[in-house]
Structures are given as C-alpha cells and as structure tokens.
Ligand binder design. Structure first.
Ligand code: PSU
Ligand code: MN
Length: 289
C-alpha cells in the first residue's frame, strides 16, 4: 500500500464511483469537485484506488485522469482486492475496499454518494455492509444506491450495529430524493454534535453512517423519483438485463428519463458529502482525536 498523504485532517474518497458509477467526463469532474470540497473544509482529500496492483491512498491528478478513462477498469471490493493486487490490475475501490484501506492508513472519515446494500430481489448483499460492520470509520453519504431495498438495508445496518445519524434531517435520504419515510437513529444539527456521537460510538468497532439529503436545489420530489424508478425497473426486466449489468443500465436509463437531472443530483450530493466529511475530519483533527 502507498500512503501518499501521511497526516492531517484526511478524508478518504472512493473511486468505484469514478470507474463504474458515472460516465466520462462527469466522473472526472465529480472527483475533482469532491477533492475541492474537502479542501474547502480545510481538510485533505485522499482518493483511494488500485493502480497497477498497488493500493494507493491519495492519487495525483494525472493518475485520476487515467483512472477516469481506463479501459475495462476493475471494480475492486474485498473479495477481489488480493487477486487484483496479484494480477497488477487497475481499478476503482468500492466503499468496502476504500474503508478497509483507509482504516489501515489511519483515516477516520470517508465520503461517498450512496453505500451498497440489500438488493431488491433479496438475493444479493453488497460487501460494503459487512465491511462497515467491522470497521470503525465515519461514512458520509446520502443513503444507499437508489435501486436497492432501502428498508431491508436499514434493518441490516441496525442488526449489525451501525448507527445512522441524520445531519440536519430525521429521515434516511433516498439518494436522488430527500424523503423515504425511514427514520434515522439520531439527528444532529452541527459538526460538533456529530463528533461527540462518534467519540461515544467508536469503541463499538463498527462504522457510523452520517446521512444528509441531496442539496434541495437538485433533489427530485419523492413521487417523481418513485415513478422514474418503477418505469426503469420494469423496462430493465422486459429487456432481460441481469447481474452486474443491471445497475449501470438502470442508472443510465434514469438519467435519460429525467433529462439528465439524476446525474446532476448525483454530482451535487457527492460534492456536498465531501464537504461535510471534510468538516468532520477537520474537527476531529483539531481536537487531537
Ligand atoms: N452508489 C452509487 N454509485 C456507485 C456506487 C454506489 O450511486 O457507483 C458504488 C460504490 O463504490 C459502492 C459500490 O461501494 O457501488 C457497491 O457495489 P456492490 O453493490 O456491487 O457491492
Ligand atoms: Mn453484489
């Protein structure tokens, strides 16, 4: 592992969203905006990625550009991190692999858009969840990927001891939309209160999820998002798309059906989450914690 940024108020950023979650060039723009947002909070961004078999905590802008356009990049989670290292592959790290590497590098805060979770068919569970259940880090996000079973994901987090803290919200956000009707475990209104909760929780050894809704000027109304989602899920089933192709297909279709607005929300919430993560990291660092 190469730790390119040794100390300070560091925030880990995942890179599977760059290689697999967003199209080029929005993926590159998004990663740059997230780094800027962390810096604007007076903290240090560390994009985590696998470059030619080397896990890197912090990548240069040239490396980021390469990653954003890499042909057939790997999606690196925990089950294939060792394999991808041995095979000297290049790819983006999921929340699971990012949190694992960040924790080894001593980083306590990471930011992303949405975590993986329980799939709608109930037969697949993201490796993000068990990793969060054994890694004491703060993960700032806007809920889980939109195509998942959100109530089941919420239950899983509760079962495995991962608290969901709403930052200025009492609802678990639904990624593109602010409202889901699902409760959070606690609501806080400022970063100091978040840090207090973290200090009380961290000995548990599990992650703490901090959620905030997408920025209101970009968020979709819940009814509209539900309708978009229903249509794209139906079309997906009709087209016969299955397995790993499902998520990219659905995200692309949602963007088409919304005239690109889902993409704009996605970029905006990633940036906002990076900014909040930066503030948390800065606060932790300046209190010497
Ligand atoms: N949420 C998104 N887009 C993404 C991801 C999450 O809106 O690209 C990525 C994250 O890297 C997350 C991963 O960790 O998908 C989860 O993938 P899986 O369900 O295969 O574990
Ligand atoms: Mn999976």
């Amino acid at each position: 592992m190469q730790i390119r940024v040794a100390g300070g108020a560091r925030v880990a950023l995942e890179s599977a969203v760059v290689t697999h979650g967003l199209p080029y060039p929005q993926n590159l723009e998004s990663a740059r905006r997230m780094q800027e947002a962390v810096r604007a909070s007076d903290a240090v961004p560390c994009i985590v990625a696998l470059l030619h078999g080397v896990p890197c905590v912090g990548v240069s802008d040239a490396e980021l550009e390469m990653l954003a356009q890499y042909p057939s990049p790997s999606k690196v989670a925990l089950h294939n991190l060792g394999i991808a290292r041995a095979m000297q592959l290049t790819g983006g790290t999921t929340v699971a692999a990012t949190v694992y590497l960040a924790h080894q590098a001593g980083i306590k805060v990471m930011a992303t858009g949405g975590i993986g979770g329980v799939h709608r068919d109930g037969r697949d569970l993201s490796g993000d969840l068990p990793t969060l259940a054994r890694t004491p880090v703060i993960v700032v996000c806007s809920g889980a990927k939109v195509i998942l079973d959100l109530p089941a994901t919420r239950e899983w987090l509760e079962t495995y001891g991962i608290p969901i803290i709403g930052y200025q919200t009492d609802e678990l956000p639904g990624f593109y939309t602010a409202h889901t009707g699902l409760r959070v475990d606690a609501t806080v209104h400022d970063v100091d209160a978040l840090v207090d909760l973290w200090l009380a929780h961290r000995a548990m050894g599990t992650a703490m999820l901090v959620v905030q809704p997408p920025p209101p000027e970009y968020a979709l109304p819940r009814t509209e998002m539900d309708a978009l989602l229903e249509q794209s899920l139906r079309e997906c089933a009709e087209t016969g798309i299955t397995g790993g192709a499902t998520t990219p297909w659905l995200l692309k279709r949602l963007a088409e059906l919304s005239d690109g607005r889902t993409l704009l929300v996605n970029l905006a919430l990633l940036e906002a989450n990076a900014h909040l993560a930066g503030r948390i990291a800065k606060r932790l660092d300046s209190t010497g914690l």
